[in-house]
Design a protein around this ligand. Structure first.
Ligand SMILES: Nc1ncnc2c1ncn2[C@@H]1O[C@H](COP(=O)(O)OP(=O)(O)OP(=O)(O)O)[C@@H](O)[C@H]1O
Length: 263
């Protein structure tokens, strides 16, 4: 009876981080982070450079072992049952390592088969993703992933994250280096994903983007969550950028600093 209650509670959250912690030597990169991402939400994780966003997300999706704490995806403990947890997950990691000697289409075919999808399903989904993400020309030219631009790499990485139709997407800076036309397509894809019940976590440095996309947000600084909740709760009547600067702190440049520039 108690076990059934627990699983119902856990499944309310697409992603849950409990006292998640990671140290690198003397540096505490993620300091007992607790976060709950309700199912169906579009969740934004923001914070200054080095705040611990990538480290936290990497632990949340099973790519980096925590020093302490737990991560759950759809109620499944990521580090106790990684195979089951990863079935629910589509991930775009930071600094994505890709097989460089394949074309985008070959990569998706390999990835889809690796994920256990039927060959015909892989073929039709791959063709659709390549067309929507405007990678058709590169595919027609036989361009290898190793020859892709930064934005193209991001797009093929997103395609691999979407291919197996996961229920939770965890995307580290998905819009970085993506051109405005592709960004619109990406936004449509992601909005459709949440409209059909999927849950998304993105990290981003672009506050206006987070404000336009996300319904919930967390601000992380020095490895700690300093604010989280609905977008309106976190903004507290100001803009997300103002709230961010208020919580994280801004530094002005004094007159004498960098006085040599342009001299
Ligand atoms: N492999 C590593 N070895 C040592 N220190 C690390 C390692 N990875 C991250 N760190 C440190 O952990 C802290 C958090 O880094 P992280 O990459 O998670 O920040 P971030 O919020 O994603 O930053 P950014 O916005 O610049 O991408 C930083 O101080 C970083 O130097």
């Amino acid at each position: 009876m108690a076990a059934a209650d627990t699983s119902t509670l856990e499944s309310e959250h697409a992603l849950e981080l409990v006292d998640l912690r990671r140290e690198f030597a003397d540096k505490v990169a993620v300091d007992d982070v607790n976060l709950r991402v309700p199912r169906g939400s579009f969740y934004g994780l923001v914070g200054p450079n080095g705040a611990g966003k990538t480290t936290a997300l990497s632990m949340a999706v099973g790519l980096l072992r925590p020093s302490g704490g737990q991560a759950f995806v759809e109620g499944v403990d990521v580090w106790q049952d990684p195979v089951e947890a990863k079935k629910h997950l589509g991930v775009l990691p930071d600094g994505l390592a890709l097989p460089e000697r394949l074309t985008g289409g070959e990569l998706l075919t390999y990835w889809g088969r690796f994920r256990g999808l039927d060959a015909q399903v892989v073929a039709s989904r791959s063709a659709e993703l390549i067309r929507l993400l405007e990678l058709e020309e590169a595919e027609a030219l036989g361009t290898l992933v190793g020859e892709y631009s930064t934005g193209m790499r991001k797009k093929i990485g997103l395609a691999t994250a979407l291919l197996h139709a996961p229920s939770v997407l965890v995307l580290d800076e998905p819009y970085e280096a993506v051109d405005p036309v592709s960004a619109r397509v990406l936004t449509r894809i992601l909005r459709r994903f949440t409209a059909t019940g999927g849950s998304i976590v993105i990290s981003s440095h672009v506050m206006s983007l987070v404000e336009s996309l996300c319904d919930r947000v967390a601000i992380i600084a020095n490895g700690r969550v300093v604010a989280d909740g609905t977008l309106d709760e976190v903004r507290g009547g100001t803009s997300l950028e103002d709230r961010f600067v208020e919580l994280v702190g801004a530094r002005d440049i004094d007159e004498e600093e960098l006085s040599w520039i342009g001299s």
